[in-house]
Design a protein. Sequence first.
Length: 309
Amino acid sequence: MQDILRQKAQRKLVGGYLFYCPDTLTLDEILLVCAKQILCDGGGDDNCPTCQKIQCGSHPDVCVYPKGDAFSTDDSQGVILDAKKKEIMGEYKIIMIKNLENSSEQSQNKLLKVLESPPKNTIFLISTTNLNKVLSTVKSRLLKVDIPPFDEDALTQIFSDYQSQQDFSLAMDYSNGYIGETKQILLDQDFMTNYNLAKNIVTKLKSSSQIVDYIVPKMTKSQFLGTVGLMQNMYRDIALVKSKNSNLVKNKTLIGVFESISDEFSMKAIVEIIKRINDVNKKQYSNVTLSLLFESLLTSILEVKYLCA
Ligand SMILES: [Zn+2]
């Protein structure tokens, strides 16, 4: 991002950038930030009318594609026409194309024509979550920019409106540094439900008579995968606590709880439990009823916990 500001100052902006990371919402945010940096006289940090217009999608020199779900040949045609128009407010015109991975080869080939001879002062800001789905001829016309995950400070700033501190630290533990995942954890009720279920199983399940308390009737695939994935992370964390590697623990929010229960599990038991969760994860793609599979997993975890004690 700093590069774009520098290139702008040196009047060396290139005609097209291809931004890549696995998270769509992160990319959307990056495109907005770049457009502001290029068009705003204050470097995009202020809340000037230019930045506000870009933010709400009403800036006349910023064209956003795709118009529908995926970038289409009609969109390519639109880009060609937009590229010919003269800029109205500022020095540059920006054409944003989001999620180019969803477009056909045909649309990309059509887009290539305008990328090969980009009109003066037109800058393409293109994003993709999958570089393999972007034609190599298109890639070769663009400057590729890998977007690394955000650190905690940056995410704290992005989500400064968010109030609940506890959920926020949890989101930091599990989001992998991307906006989309953070948002999902903060706003998606399912995540918290799965999280609490996983936490209770890992920290409280001690006898087979308790299993019934943790069974979810008609468990959906996303509930199953979400809960089992979180459980696996927690068992891994307990193994890290046991091996005195607490600094590597993912779920820092629960580190105290993991420390207090780590003696309940032998290292051998944890390794075996993680292995069994892996096995179950493979199975769920067949037609097994997920609630039953989940129940048998819990039974098997208890068996291992006491057999390998
Ligand atoms: Zn501004």
